[in-house]
Design a protein around this ligand. Sequence first.
Ligand SMILES: Nc1ncnc2c1ncn2[C@@H]1O[C@H](COP(=O)(O)OP(=O)(O)O)[C@@H](O)[C@H]1O
Ligand SMILES: [Mg+2]
Length: 198
Amino acid sequence: MKIITVAHQKGGVGKTTLALNLAFYLKDIKRVGIVDTDLQGSVQGLDTLLDGITLISYEALQEGNYPELDVLLIDTPPYLTSKLSELFSVSDFVLVPTKVSYLDAMALKATMALLQETQQAYPNLRAGIVLNMVKPRTSMNREIKDILDAYPIPTLKTRIHERVSYIRSVIAGGIVQLEDSKAHEEMADLADEIIEQL
Ligand SMILES: Nc1ncnc2c1ncn2[C@@H]1O[C@H](COP(=O)(O)OP(=O)(O)O)[C@@H](O)[C@H]1O
Ligand SMILES: [Mg+2]
């Protein structure tokens, strides 16, 4: 089983949206589970809509008490907890979504430091920053690119754009269920880019 954790200690960057959409995308080709480690429990609240995805509690994860799976997505809370380094250490890939702004790029610092520290102990741990809510037809400015390039974690090629369909996707069974071919394409690219590294 491969574990993909979605993390960034800042709220509102798209962790839950991307964790769910990756799960919805992958469930047709793999046995997928999702763990909500957020006390606010956004994923848990959607349990009846998670058809074909196994919802696993944080306790069950810790106890190893869940069915056999191919991929496990872990959604994490918008605050830094000691749980995070523990989760990173059992992950195969950590996906770090960020918005494209100076402040959001700077806010990655703590997550990057924690990741780098975990990678020293677990060199097989892979990670990538994904730009989310990218405004269509804009290019990234130099200052933000420089901040991202200086981090020890690479920025993925795939960019997720700001689209209304992503807002609906979490209650619609994922972007795959909605008519938005550009969004389908970028979600498929994101999943492929991650799977490639596992
Ligand atoms: N690519 C996107 N395009 C448009 N809205 C998005 C996108 N990604 C996330 N959102 C919206 O942004 C808000 C925050 O996303 P969420 O996944 O809850 O972030 P987090 O889990 O990091 O706090 C939600 O209202 C969500 O619908
Ligand atoms: Mg969330």
